[in-house]
Design a protein around this ligand. Structure first.
Ligand code: GLV
Ligand code: GLV
Length: 324
């Protein structure tokens, strides 16, 4: 009989077509836009050979134990992998596929959109226009900050950071700076970015974009200490993972005017409760984790995840495999 795959969510059609046409697997899908309940997931994974998941599923020791020894491939339709317990996967010899690269353009586009939306106060502005606040044209009303002649800081320079900088060049940014665990000259040279300390990144950036993965080292790395060093006129943008930011500290910084604004595509938790204090701030724009949400990209992610999964089951190299 064919290897069994559990698919944890209704997926963009391209990925499931690949599984179907391969003739290589049999699969069952949690055919809903909403996550499979944990208890159901723990039942469904029993005995499967491979798991096709998304970022809302915690793949930890409990789940891997529930799946049992047949499980040899986990394929996540995401570039992020903080929902996967890598140590537990490695210990069990399970191979892991993920979907970098195919979402870089979509995430970079959304990051630029969010940046402009935040710096030019577009959410406030449409609200004012619609609700009667637009009494007349006023000289300093709804003024924000422009990219021309600015310094843009990138925290964690990878493919996405480079793609963001490439796009921002057209807005006449004066200087790109970045931090990372070590200099990345090959990537940095593509955008003439200068490697700086976290301190300098905070002090110099007019716009600070967080583009690093969430790991134990980056958890809460954007905190009071960082915000207090930033300019009062600076804009903070996060399209990586909410866990990188201490949200209480961010709230304080925004509320006290220590920084000018923040644009977040990611939060802790997700969804962010509608009564969360961050929603009360005019200078905070919050999106519901949509950076990769274009039809083209989500289909490409599901195709890549399907191909990774099939290659893994065949014992072949995956197109994009996480090194554990
Ligand atoms: C989105 O957040 C992803 O990790 O793909
Ligand atoms: C703006 O609309 C201007 O004319 O300056």
């Amino acid at each position: 009989t064919l290897p069994r795959v559990y698919v944890t969510r209704s997926m963009p059609p391209d990925g499931l077509d690949i599984l179907r046409k391969s003739g290589q697997v049999q699969f069952e899908t949690w055919d809903s836009d909403d996550p499979v309940p944990r208890a159901e997931l723990l039942k469904k994974v029993k005995g499967v050979d491979a798991l096709f998941c998304v970022l809302t599923e915690k793949i930890d020791a409990e789940l891997l134990d529930a799946a049992g020894p047949n499980l040899r491939v986990v394929s996540t339709m995401s570039v992020g992998y903080d929902h996967l317990s890598l140590g537990e996967l490695k210990k069990r010899g399970i191979r892991v596929g993920y979907t970098p690269d195919v979402l870089t353009d979509a995430v970079a586009e959304l990051t630029v959109a969010l940046l402009l939306c935040t710096s030019r106060r577009l959410v406030e502005a449409t609200h004012e226009a619609k609700t009667g606040g637009w009494g007349t044209w006023r000289t300093l009303w709804l003024c924000g900050y422009e990219l021309a002649n600015s310094t843009v800081g990138i925290m964690g320079l990878g493919r996405i950071g480079v793609a963001i900088a490439d796009r921002l060049k057209a807005f006449k940014v004066k200087k790109f700076i970045y931090t990372d665990v070590a200099p990345r000259p090959e990537l940095a040279n593509q955008i003439q970015a200068e490697y700086v300390s976290m301190d300098e990144l905070a002090k110099q950036s007019d716009f600070l974009a967080v583009c690093c993965a969430l790991t134990p080292d980056t958890q809460n790395i954007c905190n009071k200490d960082l915000f207090s060093k930033m300019k009062k006129t600076s804009i903070f943008i996060n399209t990586s993972r909410g866990g990188v930011v201490n949200q209480e500290d961010l709230y304080e910084a925004l509320n006290a005017g220590e920084i000018a604004g923040a644009g977040l595509d990611v939060t802790v938790p997700e969804p962010l409760p509608t009564n969360h204090p961050l929603f009360t701030l005019k200078n905070c724009v919050i999106l519901p984790h949509i950076a990769s949400a274009s039809f083209t990209t989500r289909n490409a992610m599901s195709s890549l995840a399907a191909n990774n999964l099939l290659a893994g089951l065949r014992g072949e190299p995956m197109e994009k495999e996480l090194k554990l």
